[in-house]
Design a protein around this ligand. Structure first.
Ligand code: NAD
Ligand code: UFG
Length: 346
């Protein structure tokens, strides 16, 4: 029998791409999402791409009763937990909303999982938990610290998962720390669809390219980096999706191994291990798409760090996963999605 996976937040940017990868890898999926930052259309498109209907439940992870109905109706092998709010600036303005959604929501999900004895869990964490890193590349043992409520909400959940692993050896809690996810599915049918003016670099660049925004502001050109602009580890969302399949495979291997040893709390970086500057990304986008990106230098953005890129060794050693797609692929696929869907899923 194929293993069935509950995907919370599966209608969102990373969730939709992961659902396709899971289906291709032979998993059955059920999506649970309150559509607070996504749409039915995204789910419909996933369904079209995999050429079969998807079981979609509109619900909130804080609604325990609704979750219980889902767990009672399905026998899940595990949960991939994408559901969460992710805008750093909004989290500073509305901290209670972020802690309630991201922390209380995760607790309510874990409680229902425990009730139904489902103890395989993959959590969407973020490189933001490393704060301003002391050394590069950043490995999983680096010190963690956060400066905004969004990052804190991820860190608090990580601590909860650590405590949970200590309390009960049956939990298998993989925490995937994503670096900077960009790009879109090669079909151009699904991609990132920000509600408002994008906060993140790649969607901003692509909206300038498509003519929705006038000019990119580059936040700081005096960082101690290759060209003075901020350096990040951009990772193609399709590679990231495959990282989740690899994590699930790992949990299945542990589950079926004779020792049946528990994974406990297991943090793993998902990045490429390589950094690119803002100017390098802008240049790559122009080279790949032929679109000119007007830009101006502006002040540094509050809370930004100079450089952030991963050590990708643990994912490779433990999960046998590594990122394959290049910055060129990331730019080409972003542009394919943006140019064929200038207004996203609207
Ligand atoms: P997204 O907003 O596109 O997807 C999140 C999904 O969760 C949305 O479909 C939203 O409707 C749903 N959701 C939010 N709160 C919910 C709730 N209470 N109940 C049910 N559904 C809820 O975001 P994404 O970029 O796909 O990110 C997925 C996860 O990865 C998030 O937890 C995010 O914090 C984390 N992450 C994202 C990035 C990034 O740059 N995109 C980086 C690191 C970590
Ligand atoms: N940048 C600009 N102009 C813009 C937007 C961004 O110059 O309009 C610069 C930033 O200063 C930074 C780089 O582009 O140097 C990347 O910025 P993003 O906002 O795309 O990404 P961040 O690294 O700041 O943060 C993102 C998510 C966080 C997440 C983190 C790690 O927003 O939530 O990646 O995964 F935690």
């Amino acid at each position: 029998m194929k293993n069935k996976i509950l995907v919370t937040g599966g209608a969102g940017y990373i969730g939709t791409h992961t659902c396709i990868a899971l289906h291709q890898a032979g998993y059955d999926i059920v999506i649970y999402d309150n559509l607070s930052n996504s749409s039915r259309e995204a789910v419909n498109r996933v369904s079209t791409l995999i050429d079969q209907p998807i079981e979609f439940i509109e619900g909130d992870i804080r609604d325990s009763e609704s979750l219980r109905k889902v767990f009672a109706a399905h026998q899940f092998f595990g949960v991939i937990h994408f559901a969460g709010l992710k805008a750093v600036g909004e989290s500073v303005a509305k901290p209670l909303m972020y802690y309630n959604n991201n922390v209380s929501g995760t607790i309510s999900l874990l409680e229902v999982m425990a009730e139904y004895e489902v103890k395989n869990f993959i959590f969407s964490s973020s490189a933001t938990v490393y704060g301003d890193p002391e050394t590069l590349p950043i490995d999983e043992n680096s010190k963690r610290s956060c400066t905004n409520p969004y990052g804190q909400s991820k860190l608090v959940v990580e601590h909860i998962l650590e405590d949970l692993a200590v309390s009960d050896k049956h939990w298998n809690l993989i925490t995937l720390r994503y670096f900077n996810p960009v790009g879109a599915h090669a079909s151009g049918q699904i991609g990132e669809d920000p509600n408002d003016i994008p906060n993140n670099l790649m969607p901003y660049i692509s909206q300038v390219a498509v003519g929705k925004l006038f000019k990119l502001s580059i936040f700081g050109n005096d960082y101690p980096t290759v060209d003075g602009t901020g350096v990040r580890d951009y990772i193609h969302v399709t590679d990231l999706a495959q990282g989740h399949v690899a994590a699930l495979n790992y949990l299945e291997q542990q589950d079926s191994s004779e020792k049946n040893s528990s994974v406990g709390f297991l943090p793993i970086n998902l990045g490429t291990g390589k950094g690119s500057s803002v100017l390098e990304l802008v240049t790559a986008f122009t080279d790949v798409t032929g679109q000119n990106i007007p830009y101006q230098f502006a002040d540094r953005r509050a809370g930004d760090i100079a450089s952030c890129y991963s050590s990708a060794t643990k994912a490779k050693t433990l999960l046998g996963w590594e990122a394959k797609l290049s910055i060129t692929d990331m730019c080409a696929d972003t542009w394919h999605w943006q140019s064929t869907n200038p207004n996203g899923y609207e």
